[in-house]
Write a protein that binds this ligand. Structure first.
Ligand code: SAH
Ligand code: SF4
Length: 363
C-alpha cells in the first residue's frame, strides 16, 4: 500500500492483476499486457501503455500506484561496486548495491551481476557490529519497493541483474510477507525472471520465520548470519540470540535444509578478538557438518563510530584452514565496495540534511 492508500502495481502478481480485471469485466489477456509493459518494456506510467484503451489506463491509474524510486546519489564506477541511494515516495531513504562479478558470492558465477537489496528502512535488531541498526528501525518496505530497487538499478546501470541477495538494510524475515511476495515477482517468468537459485535471503536468526519460510513454495536460498559458534559469543554481538539461542536457531536451520533439500550458508564475519578464536572455528565446523552448510567468512568491514576491526590476514587464513581441515566447504571473501561504504553491514540511514548538499551524480 502506498502513502496515497492505493496498492502499488509492482507489488501484485500476474494472477492478482487478472483477478482485479475480471471484476471489471476486462478481457483476461489484458493482465499480461500490463505486466509486459512493466517488466519487459519498462514503462513508468499507465499512460504509456499504448495498446490499452485510454479509459482502462485511466481506471488503472485510479486504482493503483505506479511509483518509481528516485535516485538521490550514485557512488562507484562501472567496474566496481556501485551504491545507489534511493528516496521512497514518503521521503525515506534506502540503499541498494550493485556488485560486479564475484565468484565467491552466493549463487554467483564469474560473469554475474549481483544486487544487494534493502528490505526495511533501518533495522530493529541492533547487532553490535552493523551500521544498518545504528539509527534504529523506521518501517518495512512493501514488495513493490523491493522490486523497484531492481528496476531502478537496471535502468540506471543499463545492465541486467542476474543474482539477488537480501543483505542490504533491514532484517528480511521481520518483513516476511513483503519479502516472500517480492521473491515471487523477482523469480516469475513474467516478472524479473531471476532463477530461485540466484536469490538468497539472509537472516540474523529469526528461528520461527525460518521454519515458516521452509513451508513456502520457493526454491530461493537461505543464508544465516551466524558470526559466533557459541551462545556466549553470539549473545555479545547479536541481541537476537537472547530470543532465539543457538540450539533453537540451528534446529530451525536443520528443519529448513531437510524440508527444502537445500544446502544453507553460514555467514561468519571475522572480528578481531571477538569471534576469531580457533575454538570457534572448530565448533563452527561441527555445526556446518551437522547441517551440511557452507561457510562464507567475511572479514569485518569498518563502520564509522564502531570500535571493531578485522583480524590480520594470517589469522583469517588460519580460521579458514581449520574449517577446511574438518572438511567444511568454506570461502574467505575479499570484500568489494569497502571504500565507498557499500559493503555488507555498511549501509545506514543518512539524514536528509547531509543529502541536500549532495546532488545525484555518477562517477
Ligand atoms: N539482517 C540480515 C540481512 C542484512 S545484513 C542479516 O543480518 O543477515 C547482511 C550481512 O552483512 C549480514 O551477514 C551481516 O551480519 C553482515 N554485516 C553486518 N555488518 C557488517 C560489517 N561491519 N562487516 C561485514 N559484514 C557485516
Ligand atoms: Fe539488522 Fe542484519 Fe544489521 Fe543485524 S546485521 S542490525 S539484523 S541488518
Amino acid at each position: 500500500m502506498s502513502i496515497a492508500g492505493k496498492p502499488s502495481i509492482q507489488s501484485l502478481l500476474l494472477d492478482e492483476i487478472a483477478a482485479h480485471l475480471a471484476t471489471q469485466n476486462e478481457r483476461p489477456y489484458r493482465a499480461k499486457q500490463i505486466i509486459d509493459w512493466i517488466y519487459q518494456k519498462r514503462v513508468t506510467s499507465f499512460d504509456a501503455m499504448s495498446d490499452l484503451p485510454q479509459e482502462l489506463r485511466k481506471r488503472l491509474a485510479d486504482s493503483f500506484d505506479f511509483t518509481q524510486l528516485q535516485t538521490v546519489r550514485l557512488l562507484g564506477s562501472k567496474d566496481t561496486t556501485r551504491k545507489f541511494l534511493f528516496r521512497l515516495a514518503d521521503g525515506n531513504l534506502i540503499e541498494s548495491v550493485l556488485i560486479p562479478a564475484s565468484p565467491s558470492l552466493y549463487g554467483a558465477t564469474s560473469d554475474r551481476r549481483t544486487i544487494c537489496v534493502s528490505t526495511q528502512v533501518g533495522c530493529a535488531y541492533g547487532c553490535k557490529f552493523c551500521a544498518s541498526g545504528l539509527d534504529g528501525y523506521t518501517r518495512n518496505l512493501d514488495a513493490s519497493e523491493i522490486v523497484q530497487q531492481l528496476l531502478a538499478v537496471e535502468k540506471e546501470s543499463g545492465e541486467r541483474i542476474d543474482n539477488v541477495v537480501f543483505m542490504g538494510m533491514g532484517e528480511p524475515l521481520a518483513n516476511f510477507d513483503s519479502v516472500v511476495r517480492a521473491i515471487k515477482i523477482i523469480n516469475a517468468p513474467w516478472g524479473m525472471e531471476i532463477g530461485a537459485r540466484h536469490i538468497t535471503v539472509s537472516t540474523s536468526g529469526l528461528a520461527p520465520q525460518i521454519r515458516k519460510l521452509a513451508e513456502e513454495p520457493l526454491q530461493s536460498r537461505l543464508a544465516i548470519s551466524l558470526h559466533g559458534a557459541t551462545d556466549d559469543v553470539r549473545n555479545k554481538i547479536m541481541p537476537v540470540n537472547r530470543k532465539y539461542d543457538l540450539t533453537t536457531l540451528l534446529s530451525a536451520c536443520d528443519y529448513y535444509a531437510s524440508r527444502k533439500k537445500q544446502r544453507i550458508y553460514f555467514e561468519y564475519i571475522l572480528i578481531a578478538g571477538i569471534n576469531d578464536a580457533e575454538e570457534q572455528a572448530h565448533l563452527l565446523a561441527a555445526h556446518a557438518r551437522r547441517l551440511g552448510a557452507k561457510v562464507n567468512l567475511i572479514p569485518y568491514n569498518n563502520v564509522e563510530g564502531l570500535e571493531w576491526s578485522r583480524p590480520s590476514r594470517e589469522r583469517q587464513e588460519r580460521f579458514l584452514s581449520i574449517l577446511r581441515g574438518h572438511g567444511t566447504v568454506a570461502t574467505l571473501r575479499r570484500e568489494k565496495g569497502h571504500d565507498i561504504d557499500a559493503a555488507c553491514g555498511q549501509l545506514r540511514l543518512q539524514t536528509k540534511r547531509s543529502l541536500e548538499t549532495a546532488p545525484a551524480s555518477a562517477d
